[in-house]
Write a protein of this length. Structure first.
Lengths: 482, 452
């Protein structure tokens, strides 16, 4: 029995990373290193207005005063910020008008990743903004969405075409002084998605951004800004992959969400950056700042994340519940296998009255993986009748991995009801035995149990991606039980 | 690491200026730790809010205060402590009174209890039972982050020493009344060492009291060794006035198949910080850590628990509950650490708090750090208020609201008290809690100390 387990673990964990190929595309890069000239260069390349350059420079000057924080439960090799290329873009026409103008090699890459740049019928329910390295390649269904007044385009286009909107919201949720990586991002961010849902509009399709790192020794610093005006609804999904390389590449993104009165935003992530090989060599450092604010009354923000990739993940999608009766949700499955590390969780800041938040975090550790949940629930003095429920479960597979929980609960109002519970255990031998008894092989049984364990979160994903996420889980983990 | 503060600087100065006085009573062995500990303290400083485990507690105002006395090795004080002892009424326990951290042993005599259990001053013990002291002293009280443990090692001049020999067991618990009494503001530190050898059983109650209204700051370290197959229980009852700050560090080291329970019952106190460290070093060891805090006015109670599962097949259980009224603030900081290879671990942790007013505040931080896979660990934390349904149920049965609230709070607190294994003691605690909830408690009823 034990032998079988070991074999299954070996088979599964030695499985190849499916998206690890590299596309030979002519790429335009700038020199390595970071200084004010580089920032001016990036800004110049994107023909940015003066105020945005100022924003970048302010952030950069502040960044120089910061030190990399040491509080996460992670072992991070030192990063040489002068050894990174901060801008790399596939060479192509500035903004391709039709699909024929896109480099066929580029198109092939995204086809291979399963992200069609054509507006295909069978994926008619999803509009995609495809980002390769530092620039957005193509945004599909722009026209169809524009008819409803929805703006969905790359960040650079938004800066050119809707500067007022961008200027009004940029940095309001994650200020340029927020933290080390958010500040770095504010200084050098290259592209990303911008989305604006006007008042009373229910976005008819899933919006999606697909991030791909392709070029070597670059970092990806994208910035997503999502604004849902009053009484609107949008479901947004991001996915990401990168080639297999021995070097570590830095990905430091910022996502800002603004949800006005009665609006609802659902933000889902399927993160599958290259996690490094089974000896822990290579992989992406995924240091991301994501935060949403429920500005108006009765607004809602829901985060769902499936974290299976990256060598090191460090992200805390958070909600500031400012409007009365606003709702924040966080659903997460984080998987660490081999030498992956994750320190992830959320912050729920209750400012308004009758605000509610739910946190469901499922951590799965296998191999030498280290998985930490870190979360904060804060109820301020005036937030009467705040309600929070948090559940953090960890599943351990193998005796070399670790699972950790660091919740912070700060309650300053007597009417608040805040609950937190967490459990850590391995897959029960009795559960596996039960399945075996009914003719289910150990490998399938583990898959079954893991999927059941993560179901609560996967169910929150949009249909098209739930299937994908389930498969991903299976690949990342199945059979890792010892 | 803390930035070095001027306060740390000041305490270093106090140590240097009074080195002879501090060292006078202690043996060479105990004195040999002082220099190094002072260096460590100087590095770490007084824990500030930047220190993760002190995140919600601000010690600075208490340490900034200028105390008239930092240690009281004068002979007159021993006499005073002796006087207290004379008035002890005999209850169901063996009583000892500790005055400002000093054991009243003018004659240097050890009290010997049935089974060969010896209780006396640590200073005396370090001479008379040097082998035992040298085997255990400063072996368990270790901290990489908390400067106060090192400050205690450097400056504590005395404390209680208990030795429970192999196979000994005592029917009645030992009660240590830790009294703070002075006509000037006092900062005192004491150091206790309790050694429970194999197959023994021992229960100790430590009552923390203030007897005069001056400003007091206490920084106490208690080291406990629980040998193979032994049972040990420590109950700490804290009832101090609102100007007093009490910081305790309790280190419990457990060997194979031993059992230890710790109970921290905080009824009163301006600032109370209890750090309890459980180290399950032998296979099959079990520990329970309980705490109850009832605070009002501007009181602040911070409980820090660190349970380390080093060996396999150990079990731990934490339960901390509290009721916070007025402007009181509370903090709970619990950590379960499961070392690599500590398979078969079962560890539970729970913290429930009730806030009675909008100005009361509770911060809780339960943590799990697990490096082994065959474990069952869970933690839960809640912050809320008295259940409206339960209140309504009681009222519908003709119990008035005030009484019903009291009953519910009492029931809430009783969940902690019920874990005290000694019956008379449990009843006494229930009584104290009831009085406290009614707001009638000024001093512990039926306390052994009757002197003014």
């Amino acid at each position: 029995m034990a032998k079988d387990h070991e074999k299954i673990i070996r088979d599964v964990t030695s499985g190849e990373y499916k998206y690890g190929f590299y596309s030979d595309i002519e790429t335009e890069r700038i020199r390595k290193g970071l200084d004010e000239d580089v920032i001016r260069l990036i800004s110049g390349k994107k023909n940015e207005p003066e105020w945005l350059l100022e924003f970048r420079l302010r952030a950069y000057r502040h960044w120089l005063t910061l030190k990399m924080p040491r509080w996460p439960n992670l072992t991070i090799p030192s990063i040489d910020y002068q050894d990174i290329i901060y801008y790399a873009a596939p060479r192509q026409k500035v903004s391709p008008g039709s699909i024929d103008e896109i480099d066929p090699e580029l198109k092939k890459t995204f086809d291979k990743l399963g992200i069609p740049l054509e507006e295909q019928k069978h994926l008619a329910g999803v509009a995609v903004d495809a980002v390769m390295d530092s620039v957005s390649v193509k945004t599909t269904f722009r026209e169809a969405l524009a008819e409803m007044g929805i703006i969905f385009c790359s960040f650079s286009e938004a800066v050119r075409e809707y500067p007022e909107l961008v200027r009004r919201y940029l940095g309001t949720v994650v200020p340029h002084t927020d933290n080390f990586f958010a500040t770095l991002n504010s200084a050098v961010f290259s592209d990303g998605s911008f989305c604006y849902i006007p008042k009373g509009v229910r976005c008819p399709m899933e919006l999606s951004t697909y991030f791909r790192i392709n070029a070597a020794s670059t970092g990806q610093f994208e910035r997503t800004l999502l604004v849902a005006d009053e009484e609107s609804y949008v479901s947004y999904l991001e996915g990401c992959t990168a080639p297999m390389r021995d070097e570590n590449q830095l990905h430091a993104a910022v996502v800002e969400i603004i949800s006005e009165a009665n609006a609802e935003v659902k933000y889902s992530t399927v993160q599958n950056w290259y996690p490094g090989d089974k000896d822990g060599k290579g992989g992406i450092f995924n240091f991301v700042t994501k935060r949403g604010i429920c500005r108006g009354d009765n607004s809602k923000i829901s985060w769902t994340q499936i974290e299976t990739g990256s060598a090191i993940t460090w992200k805390y999608p958070s909600c500031i519940l400012r409007g009365d009766n606003s709702v924040g949700e966080f659903y997460s499955v984080a998987v660490t296998n081999n030498y992956q590390q994750a320190d992830t969780g959320t912050k729920m800041i209750h400012l308004g009255k009758n605000t509610r938040s739910t946190i469901v975090s499922k951590g799965i550790s296998a191999g030498h993986g280290q998985n930490s949940y870190r979360g904060l629930v804060r109820v301020v003095k005036n937030a009467t009748n705040a309600r929070n429920f948090s559940q953090c479960d960890s599943l351990l597979m193998g005796d070399k991995c670790g699972a950790h929980t660091f919740p912070y609960i700060e309650v300053d109002n007597q009417s608040a009801v805040v609950e937190h519970e967490a459990t850590t255990s391995k897959i029960g031998e009795d559960q596996i035995f039960y399945c075996n008894q009914r003719g289910i092989s150990t490998e399938d049984a583990v898959g079954l149990i893991v999927n059941g364990y993560a179901r609560e979160v996967i169910n929150k994903l949009p249909m098209e991606f739930a299937v994908e996420a389930q498969k991903l889980l299976q690949i990342s983990l199945e059979g890792s039980v010892g | 690491m803390e930035p070095k503060s001027d306060i740390a600087e000041r305490y270093s100065g106090i140590y240097l200026n009074n080195r002879e006085k501090i060292m006078a009573g202690s043996s060479d062995f105990i004195n040999s730790f002082r220099e190094k500990a002072m260096e460590r303290f100087h590095e770490l400083g007084i824990p500030s809010k930047k220190n993760e485990s002190y995140r919600y507690t601000n010690l600075e105002p208490f340490f900034r205060n200028d105390y008239a006395n930092y240690f009281i090795p004068g002979i007159s004080d021993f006499v005073k402590a002796e006087e207290f002892r004379c008035d002890v009424t005999d209850l169901d326990s063996h009583g000892i009174v500790l005055l400002n951290g000093f054991y009243p042993s003018i004659n240097g005599k050890f009290s010997e209890l049935p089974g060969g259990i010896r209780i006396g001053s640590l200073n005396e013990a370090s001479r008379e039972f040097s082998d035992i002291v040298e085997k255990h002293y400063s072996r368990y009280a270790k901290s990489d982050t908390d400067g106060l443990v090192h400050l205690n090692t450097a400056m504590a001049a005395d404390g209680v020493f208990v030795h429970v020999p192999e196979g000994a067991s005592l029917k009645k618990p030992v009660q240590v009344i830790d009294l703070v009494d002075s006509d000037a503001d006092t900062f005192n530190q004491h150091r206790n060492l309790i050694v429970v050898e194999k197959n023994a059983e021992f229960t100790i109650i430590i009552c923390d009291h203030t007897n005069s209204p001056q400003k007091f700051l206490t920084n106490a370290v208690t080291e406990i060794y629980v040998g193979e197959n032994s049972r040990f229980e420590i109950i700490r009852v804290q009832n101090e006035h609102n100007n007093a700050a009490k910081i305790t560090h309790t280190f419990i080291h457990q060997e194979r198949n031993s059992f230890a329970a710790s109970n921290n019952i905080t009824l009163h106190g301006g600032l109370v910080r209890n750090s309890t460290y459980h180290r399950l070093a032998g296979e099959g060891a079990e520990c329970n850590s309980y705490g109850l805090y009832l605070s009002d006015k501007f009181q602040h109670v911070d409980n820090f628990v660190n349970v380390e599962h080093i060996a396999q097949n150990c079990t731990s259980n934490q339960l901390f509950k509290g009721v916070l009224d007025d402007m009181a603030t509370g903090a709970f900081n619990g950590r379960i650490f499961v070392a690599p290879g500590a398979q078969g671990t079962i560890a539970y942790q729970k913290n429930n708090s009730i806030l009675l007013t909008d100005s009361a505040r509770m911060d809780t931080k339960p943590q799990l750090e697990i490096y082994a896979n065959d474990v069952k660990c869970s933690h839960g934390a809640t912050v809320g208020q008295i259940n409206e349904d339960a209140l309504f149920y009681l009222q519908s049965r003709g119990i008035n609201k005030k009484e019903a609230r009291l009953m519910l709070m009492f029931g809430f607190a009783h969940e902690v008290i019920q874990n005290i294994k000694v019956d008379p003691l449990r009843d006494r605690m229930d009584n104290l809690v009831m009085q406290r909830l009614k707001g009638e408690l000024s001093r512990c009823a039926s306390c052994m100390v009757k002197c003014g």
